[in-house]
Design a protein around this ligand. Structure first.
Ligand SMILES: Nc1nc2c(ncn2[C@@H]2O[C@H](COP(=O)(O)OP(=O)(O)OP(=O)(O)O)[C@@H](O)[C@H]2O)c(=O)[nH]1
Ligand SMILES: [Mg+2]
Length: 218
């Protein structure tokens, strides 16, 4: 959503990552009413664009999952923060280690300035809370880069339509399939941030408690 400054570079990185790789790939961009030309840039570079006018990180992913056709889905932000070049190797690990789901740890190798102290603290609180509530040992509950077999989505109960979908998909994966967290590098963002620290941070915090103790929808 409104990532015209970076979407071209992300798509180019994906193309270079897959050139010469044994994996066939198809790129899907989910757009939410961008007014800066993001979907046009994506289409011009050969990506398929799914239009999702409803606002929300989670709803955008749900729309993308429904439109995806490959055996394996790999996700990343359109802001140049995640290492697109690592995706083919993560696909190899998925098959060689017979995994269903890989989530990634951005804290393993984070560029200076990639995450503010406020966001680091927020991440620490959310990750500790998630681990305590669900008995997990995740290092990065909010990473947006996952590589997984599309078929496992049928097992997941994904209730959240906003940012909490990121932590929720990890909770579902760790509880319901063969899942592992692997280190990645994380870079500074290009363009404006779309989340609101306090609003999304507190929404994520409450979502963890809701998911743990309430059976009904959020
Ligand atoms: N289609 C769509 N994309 C969204 C929406 N909200 C966020 N995004 C995208 O989801 C990705 C994650 O949002 P960011 O603003 O980068 O949030 P973040 O990665 O947690 O924060 P930074 O680390 O500061 O970049 C970005 O590529 C956004 O463009 C939405 O409502 N619809
Ligand atoms: Mg981002």
């Amino acid at each position: 959503m409104n990532e015209a400054e970076s979407i071209g570079a992300v798509l180019d990185d994906l193309d270079s990552a897959f050139s010469g790789s044994v994996h066939e790939h198809d790129v899907l961009v989910v757009d939410t009413l961008s007014d800066d030309g993001t979907p046009e840039i994506a289409r011009a570079r050969g990506a398929r664009v799914a239009e999702e006018p409803r606002r929300g990180y989670g709803i955008a992913y749900k729309t993308g999952f429904a439109a995806a056709e490959g055996d394996v889905i790999a996700t990343l932000d359109a802001d140049c923060t995640y290492p697109a070049e690592d995706i083919p190797a993560l696909c190899d690990i998925l098959s060689s280690e017979e995994l269903d789901f890989i989530t990634t740890d951005r804290f393993a190798a984070m560029d200076e300035g990639a995450m503010s102290a406020k966001h680091r603290f927020g991440n620490w609180v959310l990750t500790k809370t998630m681990n305590l509530l669900f008995g997990l040992r995740i290092r990065d509950s909010q990473s947006g880069m996952w590589v997984f077999r599309r078929e496992v989505l049928d097992r997941f109960e994904l209730r959240f339509d906003g940012m909490p979908l990121s932590q929720e998909i990890k909770i579902e994966a760790m509880g319901k399939c063969r899942a592992k967290e692997l280190p990645i590098t994380y870079r500074q963002r290009v363009g404006d941030v779309k989340l609101s620290s306090w609003r999304d941070g507190s929404e994520n915090f409450l979502a963890l408690w809701r998911k743990r103790f309430l059976r009904a929808s959020p």
